[in-house]
Design a protein around this ligand. Structure first.
Ligand code: SAH
Length: 384
């Protein structure tokens, strides 16, 4: 599957920036990008290894499609970057055949059932997005239909037809998002079919995934990343560690056999609910899952004067906060593992941490083949 593939909408879509280059070249560009971000902050270091992907196409487990009227034609596809324009989709190389097919089938039925797309300006219509999540382990899918209103005429019939046509769909959710926003999902949800979640397996552990929970988009490379966290950490059986910005608990759970105790901190309530459920399912007893802002948690932890050996942090694109970072400097764990999907905020945050820490190792994991994005993992140790 790794021979070069062509995309008919590459120029317009903007999802993939580097499809016309060789895969090797894309990795060099990304490495240079990370080095440039570090240099801008005057951080001198070297990248020890770049982990390119084995499967560079069809790797994404999540697809988000918008719907729109375009010159009297009902279309579906991805949004052109920073615009309200949808580029009609035929087949996306980054997603599996299963997801591409489900998208097409659902869209055909939506047209057949005359379910109108939502028009943000006129505030008319109903359907905003079709989201598909696929389990890497079972290839079963969770579909979320995002609507602007709660009323959804003929939804029963529609769901019945979707299930008939798409045997891989295990559950369907209606998410209601009435707000004028570019955020895809609203608060309120209704399960239209199935259990409301799908199950996946990563690193030998089972995870239940819902419409809202954060879950890495490239499962194969996620396992490479989590293995690296384990290897970088060189953990001891009596260690107490913090997994900050923990999502559904994935990183901490994979480390649970190797350490004494883990504090897993996440602020999203749905993610925390499922992290707790996932811990039970996997018979994990040494991970304490806490729903709190990571900065507040660290401040409290500091007040209580408890010992911590390692902090793992995996913040969102915006990075961490100055107070979180200064609390790390006061807590002084022996080592720190920073996982980041944004080299710019990573470099900004490292600059502060380098007051007391030194960089031991840096690796890049290409989770987002053909796009400009890259995942970075940094091991820092306390200076003497
Ligand atoms: N480590 C996880 C998730 C990383 S994504 C994984 O590998 O899957 C970042 C996570 O940080 C998201 O789940 C997001 O909900 C959470 N988050 C964002 N801001 C936060 C904050 N201020 N405090 C705690 N968690 C936060």
């Amino acid at each position: 599957m790794n021979h070069k593939m062509k995309c008919s909408i590459e120029q317009k879509c903007g999802g993939c920036q580097y499809l016309s280059k060789s895969y090797e070249t894309t990795l060099s560009i990304k490495k240079q990008y990370v080095m440039d971000c570090f240099l801008k902050e005057k951080i001198v270091c070297q990248v020890n290894h770049v982990y390119g992907a084995k499967n560079v196409y069809q790797y994404r487990n999540k697809m988000i499609l918008g719907v729109q009227w375009k010159q009297n034609k009902y279309i579906y596809g991805f949004y052109e970057e920073n615009t309200h324009k949808i580029i009609p989709l035929d087949f996306c190389l980054l997603h599996s055949n299963i997801q591409n097919e489900i998208a097409k089938n659902i869209f055909d039925l939506i047209v057949q059932f005359h379910i109108p797309p939502y028009d943000e300006d006129r505030k008319t219509g109903l359907l905003r997005y079709i989201c598909i999540r696929e389990s890497y382990h079972t290839q079963k899918c969770l579909v979320t239909l995002v609507t602007a209103k709660s009323e959804f005429p003929s939804r029963g019939e529609l769901v019945k037809k979707i299930i008939e046509k798409c045997p891989n769909i295990e559950t369907i959710i209606q998410n209601i998002n009435p707000r004028k926003t570019s955020i895809v999902l609203g608060e309120q949800e209704r399960i239209l079919y199935g259990k409301g979640y799908i199950e996946d397996k990563l690193c030998g552990l089972t995870f239940q995934i819902t419409s809202k929970s954060f879950y890495q988009v490239n499962p194969e490379q996620t396992q490479v990343l989590y293995q690296l966290v384990h290897d970088f950490g060189n953990f001891q059986k009596d260690e107490v560690i913090i997994d900050a910005y923990s999502g559904v608990g994935t990183i901490g759970f994979t480390l649970s056999p190797y350490v004494k105790e883990i504090f897993s901190v996440e602020n999203n309530s749905q993610a925390v609910y499922f992290a707790k459920k996932n811990a039970k399912e996997n018979h994990i007893h040494n991970v304490f899952i806490i729903q709190e802002d990571a900065t507040k948690f660290l401040l409290n932890f500091l007040d209580e004067g408890k010992r911590i050996d390692t902090i793992i942090m995996d913040p969102p694109r915006s990075g961490s906060t100055p107070i979180f970072l200064s609390s790390v400097l006061k807590l002084k764990p022996n080592q720190l593992i920073y996982v980041s999907c944004n080299p710019e905020t990573l470099a900004r945050d490292l600059k502060i941490l380098l007051n007391k820490y030194k960089i031991k190792k840096i690796a890049l994991v290409d989770m987002f083949c053909w796009t400009k994005h890259i995942e970075t993992i940094v091991l820092l140790t306390l200076k003497n």
